[in-house]
Design a protein around this ligand. Structure first.
Ligand SMILES: [Fe+2]
Ligand SMILES: [Fe+2]
Length: 176
């Protein structure tokens, strides 16, 4: 049987690596370190173009829509909560950008942590509840369609070809 959520879970692993790095950086800021604006701008770029523009686009435009078409096979509808969490994440990112532009370190810490904890929790729910639900409720025909549609969603060229390098660079910049 086809698996249509494994690649989404793999994308979660990329997102979680960046989240761990951001949380570690927030701890340092709290102890008095100056915000590294290059790092935070790269993080915001990653969230907008990869986590949201690529990964959430695949969920919202493809997987969730397929699930909504199969609601009668599911015991509840978790999609509205997932969509609300995506929106809440976008708000945190807006606030992070504002905090960075205005040099408001405490706002930056608060919103960066808010984003990280929200997404960690969201990813946990998707990996453990929502994705298994999708695997169980969609037919093989639906799954084939979903797989084909995924291929139409492109990340920015940069992330499409080089997501691993981008993350390694971020990790390396903080390992020094
Ligand atoms: Fe999601
Ligand atoms: Fe996700």
């Amino acid at each position: 049987m086809k698996n249509i959520t494994r690649e989404l879970s793999e994308e979660h692993q990329n997102i979680l690596k960046v989240i761990d790095l951001v949380l570690a950086e927030c701890d340092k800021l709290e102890k008095g370190k100056e915000p590294d604006s290059v790092f935070f701008r790269d993080v915001i770029l990653f969230i907008k173009k990869y986590a949201d523009g690529f990964h959430h686009a695949k969920e919202e435009d493809i997987l969730f829509k397929a699930m909504l078409n199969n609601l009668n096979n599911m015991h509840c509808n978790p999609i509205p909560v997932m969509l609300n969490e995506h929106d809440a994440g976008r708000q945190y990112v807006k606030n992070m950008t504002n905090a960075l532009n205005r040099n408001k370190t405490s706002d930056l810490i608060e919103n960066a942590r808010g984003y990280c904890f929200l997404l960690k929790n969201h990813i946990y729910k998707e990996d453990n509840v929502l994705y298994p639900m999708a695997e169980n409720s969609l037919t093989d025909i639906d799954k084939e369609k979903v797989e084909k549609q995924y291929k139409t969603v492109k990340a920015d060229d940069f992330f499409e070809t080089d997501i691993k390098t981008f993350i390694e660079k971020l990790l390396y910049s903080k390992a020094l």
